[in-house]
Ligand binder design. Structure first.
Ligand code: ZN
Length: 197
């Protein structure tokens, strides 16, 4: 995941500008107790929602550092990891269900590590396609695998509460590398596990 050099989230700038949005953009009364502290609340919320922006390559390496030796030759599969993100086009929430599979190559990672990485990647304003691709790329780069695959189902609130107002639309994306690309039976095995578990 590429991040800008200085990716510290500036809460003060968010707060000041959000105050402008409420005050001059939406003509709301900032003396109303409901809105008074809203700009600083939004700034704190953004800091939490976008915590993935403040992470560097070193942080990612640290998460993947420990490897557990294994002779396991099958697929490790995790289904329905739920994470929340924000769409980069409307800054509205997206709920993702992520399923991943990988074939270890002599080494496994703790399953919670995978969840942490996926959470980190989600906590940025990121396009679903990019998010999906980055998951398997990071797995390839930092884990000893013969291949990695992932499928993401996204519920985009920007499609539900505005625009086309389709509240049941689910956007599905997938990405794969290694044996999941070269051996179609491995890819089938992943989708079978998705159906049967
Ligand atoms: Zn959107």
């Amino acid at each position: 995941m590429e991040t800008k050099k200085n990716n510290e989230i500036n809460e003060r700038v968010i707060e000041e500008n959000f105050r402008e949005i409420l005050d001059k953009g939406l003509n709301l009364d900032l003396n109303d107790p409901n809105f008074k502290e809203t700009p600083s609340r939004v700034a704190r919320a953004y800091k939490e929602i976008f915590t993935g922006l403040g992470h560097t390559k070193e942080d990612v390496e640290k998460i993947f550092k420990t490897c557990f030796p294994t002779d396991y030759k099958g697929m490790v599969f995790e289904k329905n990891i739920i994470v929340f993100s924000m769409c980069p086009h409307h800054f509205l929430p997206v709920r993702y269900e992520v399923s991943v599979g990988y074939i270890p190559d002599g080494c496994g990672v703790g399953l919670s590590k995978l969840v942490r990485i996926i959470e980190l990647l989600a906590k940025r304003p990121v396009l679903q396609e990019t998010f999906t691709q980055e998951i398997v790329e990071l797995m390839k780069k930092y884990m000893h695998t013969k291949g990695a695959i992932c499928m993401v189902r996204g519920e985009h609130y920007c499609m539900q509460i505005r625009g086309v107002k389709q509240k049941d639309v689910v956007t599905t994306t997938s990405a794969a590398n290694g044996v999941f690309l070269t051996q179609s039976e491995m890819e089938l095995k992943f989708y079978e596990s998705m159906r049967n578990s």
